[in-house]
Design a protein around this ligand. Structure first.
Ligand code: ADP
Length: 186
């Protein structure tokens, strides 16, 4: 499924983000930037040990922010390490920080001449954010950024499994309708 906003195409796909052939893949990192489980572990394994050697020098990253490194053995030239919030339904900052992690990733991408980028579903694994709540915030943040910034032409949103893809397809239908954007199925 995909939607176009100005010059940007946002695609939802199922797969392994480490295999994406885009300028930059986004990592759902933790604030130490020293590696972890889930998609972070997979990215470090695929990129090789030079990635950790570089992220050690970056001084960590605040929640809601993002920092860039090279991609080493990945097909992607860069990794953008974004730190999403740990889910807490009683903390009103949590959705703000999730949106910020996406927006800051896109700002860092623009600043580094990245024109194609792939995102995982930040915070929806170990950090516990329910996909039903995270998906409209994530997709809305990407669409709103791309409505205002043209240089990024392709955003691939990569879901690891079929249930997550189906939930994101439902969310994209809703956020696209709110913005009067046309969905292309398939
Ligand atoms: P967080 O700590 O931000 O919750 P996780 O890595 O635990 O990060 O999970 C984020 C999302 O990434 C989860 O939905 C998980 O299913 C997904 N994921 C895990 N491995 C991969 C991968 N190789 N490619 C794409 N998505 C992945």
């Amino acid at each position: 499924m995909r939607v176009q906003i100005n010059r940007t195409i946002l695609q939802l796909v199922q797969g392994d983000i480490t295999r994406e052939e885009v300028d930059a893949i986004v990592n759902a990192a933790n604030s130490t930037l020293l590696g972890g489980g889930g998609v972070d572990g997979a990215i470090h394994r695929a990129a090789g040990p030079q990635l950790l050697a570089e992220t050690r020098t970056l001084g960590g990253c605040a929640t809601g922010d993002a920092k860039i490194s090279r991609g080493y053995r990945l097909k992607a030239r860069h990794v953008i390490h974004a730190v999403g919030p740990v889910y807490n339904p009683r903390d009103p900052d949590v959705p703000v920080l999730l949106v910020s992690a996406y927006r800051r990733s896109l700002e860092v991408a623009l600043a580094n001449s990245v024109t194609s980028i792939a995102f995982p579903a930040i915070s929806t694994g170990v950090y516990g954010y329910p996909v039903r709540e995270a998906a409209p915030l994530a997709l809305g943040a990407i669409l709103d950024f791309c409505a205002q910034h043209e240089p990024i032409t392709l955003v691939r949103y990569v879901l690891f499994d079929a249930p997550a893809l189906a939930q994101h397809e439902k969310a994209l239908r809703a956020v696209a309708a709110e913005r009067r954007l046309i969905i292309v199925e398939g």
